[in-house]
Ligand binder design. Sequence first.
Ligand code: ADP
Ligand code: ZN
Ligand code: ZN
Length: 819
Amino acid sequence: MDNNFIDVILPIPLEKLFTYSISDAGAALLRPGMRVAVPFGKSKIYTALVIKLHRTPPIAYEAKEIDQILDESPLVTPIQIQFWQWLAEYYMCSLGEVFRAAVPSVMLLESETLILRNQSAVIEEDTLNDDEFLIFEALQHQSILRVGEISDILGKKNVIPILNRLLQKNIIIIKEEVYEQYRPKLIKYVQLGKDHTSEENLEALLNSLSRAPKQSQVVLSLFQLQATTKKPVKLSDLEKESGSSSAVIKALIDKEILEEHFIRVDRVVYEGDGEHSPLKSLNEYQQTAFQDIKDSFDAGKVTLLHGVTSSGKTEVYVKLIEEFIKMDKQVLYLLPEIALTTQLIARLQTYFGEKVAVYHSKYNAQERVEVWNNVLGKEARAQIVLGARSAMFLPFRDLGLIIVDEEHESSFKQYDPAPRYHARDAAIVLGNLHGGKVLLGSATPSVESYYNVRISKYGYAQIQRRFGDVLMPLMELVDIKEQTRKKRMKGHFSERLLEEITETLENGEQVILFQNRRGYAPILECTTCGHAPQCPNCDVSLTYHQLRKQLRCHYCSYHIAIQNSCQACGSNTLNTKGFGTEQIEQELHTLFPNAMVGRMDLDTTRGKYGYEKIITSFEQQEIDILVGTQMLTKGLDFRNVNLVGIMNADTLLNFPDYRAHERSFQLLTQVAGRAGRTKKRGKVIIQTYNPDHRILQQVTTHDYLEMFNEQLYEREQYKYPPGNRIIKITFKHRDYNKLNEAAEWFSKSLRMGFGEMVLGPEYPPVARIRNQYLKHVLLKINRDHSLIRTKNSIKKIERSFNAISNYRGVRIIYNVDHI
Ligand code: ADP
Ligand code: ZN
Ligand code: ZN
């Protein structure tokens, strides 16, 4: 050994890098960004990442030797490592935690990883070498094996390179990557041929078919179906309605009297022929915004594109992407997970074809590694990456442009586990590291971003009109207090809302109804004694789910069957309080028995394609009324929706959080934006007990500026962002008393340094989750104060805290810029 060492990141929450020794040969091969398998602790093997090669032995311990080099060339770039270091420092976590979050888990095999056989792989046994064959065989006898167990089977200490090969060959998969298989299906639709659509032509057509009664029956049925539903007609429906066989229909198709077409349910995989559509030419407002963005980029600024819903922001992004692609740059297009729909993917693919790659947590390991490698190789196949927040961890070489669409979305902030980063803010840092440009887009910008425009930190471009001169939807507030008093409500529907739904359905148009709660009712309460069933693991009432006849906890997976009498007093006068999407769906079945009703919430969209399926069937107009939670708000472009109803705006406004008003404005404006995206002016009905509430007035008059100014004023008063920063510190433990004492001690220490800028400790609204008690402390930091110094003081307090044996086991979680 000639004093060759490497510093590595281990994918665990250690404060420091770890040092291992390597041979001369190793030193010649290794470069930063390559992976090595290393022993750690008594018997564990981890995949670690090389950060630095050097010749200084560690002081506190004897450096162990590495087991094996895993890569021939770096998988991670120097810019990525710089980015991770920034994340770890800014968001107060370890580099190891960032490493674990940043790379696909198949790149991180360790002794505890669970390995399975890939059931769908076709395997030719003679292509396997002895070790590979032994593993393959072992997995036929035992369906799951730990990497450590595979070591024992092969009698080798380090098997990670062999497993990496098997992963590449697709012969094995790792446990958390078992994902749902779903085959998209084609649905066949029929319509009258072009020459036969008018009434006169129809008559001529029926005459010509007078000697083919079965065929004319089909034509008549089709005509009727189209007249009543005003929708594309499914082949299966036509068969049923006309009572004819598919042979009769086929004969009509052969004669070109009918036309058939398919609508694909799944369109994620690009199967185009390489022909791309030309870009749409921008209208004057888009053109102005486009030019403003470019000028602002030239001035070196992050830029906010503030364009009302349906103003054509996406087309502006497309135009920008084209320019950066021409300059041979890579482009990253970030969206909130839920807004990453096949609709948008297909739209980008029509312009850029196979250049568009998608990176999504629901994709399997193979797909993710493929994108990783393509980005690393700066391949044309992944020049444009469309993804949720984790896509920013890809190994970009030359990132020219980052677009953060729907930048106001709070789901850009990672909540758990660490790093608890905000993808929008981190994107700005990433853009800087690459010398690239960053564009934020929204119809309802966050108060933070708009504030940054105000203080000239960001550039600004706007589009105030919807594309094609479509008017902003007409907003109407309906006072349900008044309606309830006069006993005019049917269930949760006011007369106005019912009228509008009826008219919309009669016109063959669709309706979206928004209720920000899932389940049937949040609470089942005894009217005799007031008892409401609680979750035994969390401090929260159970939610009533009528369809499954269950009471469920929305914080853990606890659920019980519905009881008929009160558990406290035995009375059977149980009543529901509040209402969720399930109840609205049920009321609709009674109120509109002929309408097809769909529901979109967490309960109906589980699984890789759950969400997609509902969107597609709404798009294909198989659903007339779609009831949903805030999942409905995200960038969906439905052509035939003319009415949006908000069932109850008050639950949003009354949320105990300093952002509740900003969020309500954003949410309501975004949902409203789903109405009337084509020529006809859409309508929005907002039901509320407080029609005079400022935020509701601002939403109905589309007055973003007034909302911004009022919110900014309030936040200045109470020292919240954007004028100040906040760090939320959460304490967590099973023991109530221990937690209380610990949180008290910590906040007292903080107060010595920061005085009244420390709030709490306080219990959150749900103070116990999965049997862990929670307490929060909020620290506000004035913009003029050094964030680094503040964090160092906190860390110092934490070190003293850790030395107190009484508080051992209490978890401390930092959430910087908590939202
Ligand atoms: P936003 O992202 O602002 O909500 P979109 O980009 O989805 O708006 O545009 C709304 C609709 O207008 C889409 O159907 C889009 O295809 C259409 N559109 C936007 N810009 C143009 C354009 N320049 N030419 C033709 N159609 C456009
Ligand atoms: Zn009771
Ligand atoms: Zn629970």
